[in-house]
Design a protein around this ligand. Sequence first.
Ligand code: CP
Length: 317
Amino acid sequence: MSNIQITKEGNLQHLLTTESMNKELIIKIFDIAETFLKIGKHDVKKVPLLRGKTVCNLFFENSTRTRTTFEIAAKRLSADVLNLDISSSSQSKGESIIDTVNNLIAMSANIFVIRHPESGMPKYIANNVSKDVHIINAGDGNNSHPTQGLLDAFTIRKYKKDFNGLKIAIVGDIKHSRVARSEMHTLSILGVSEIRLVGPKIFMPDDIDQTKFQEFNDMKEGISDVDVVMMLRIQKERMQQEIIPSEKKYFESFGLTTKLLKYAKKDAIVMHPGPINRGVEIQTEVADSSQSVILAQVTFGIAIRMAVMTMLIDKNI
Ligand code: CP
């Protein structure tokens, strides 16, 4: 594991990637998240674990779920939360990102939640700021989105109990997806026996480790008999040019419809990190069906983010 992410004592210092995390650490995050899920059901959803700490959200890219669930998670832990509006910040006057972060540290920020279009930016920041602060990667380019990978695997554990023997299909634009990369690392570390990557050739990564992942370019074959179908949207913002002929044609071949879902196991769950594009990668009837756990993923995301922030601050947990 990258030593910048884990201290010599084995504690979580930053959360930058799920790559090379170990199973023990992931399970610990899940078990702590379980306790926070229970708190989420109370009338008073607050605990004092981060009282006196400040969490700063720095989002250089748009977000609905990640930014708000980090804010809710931090508030439930009793932290102060600062959401810097990048568009009206002094970044536009030429301030470097490290200077911005250092100014916020001077205001006593303890945890930075960073989303950035450039792969590696959270790691760069972690390498260039005071050792006392913690960086959480909330999505960098097409590299990594670790809390999403963790919350997706946590969702699978909630519905399927055990990772052993599961068949999971990740479907869509895997090549440009940081979510897919984080899911692939997490599920593989957790020992999922069959992880399928399903989509057209143009959406397959160049460097698939065939000892861990199986490639399918046909939707029916790819989702046949699986326990979990994880859908992804087409990441147009990370493409140099349009690489699919039309969304309609894509939907005809790789959109998840009720008809296609019948090829998966009867009790298969359907997941999607959001935002969903109805009629492009998923049919409305599937997104809103009883097999869909898309909104549960969002709820579980709060608990996972509470667990990660608590582990960064409280080394005794
Ligand atoms: N899943 C996800 O990252 O969604 P947002 O872009 O809305 O944060």
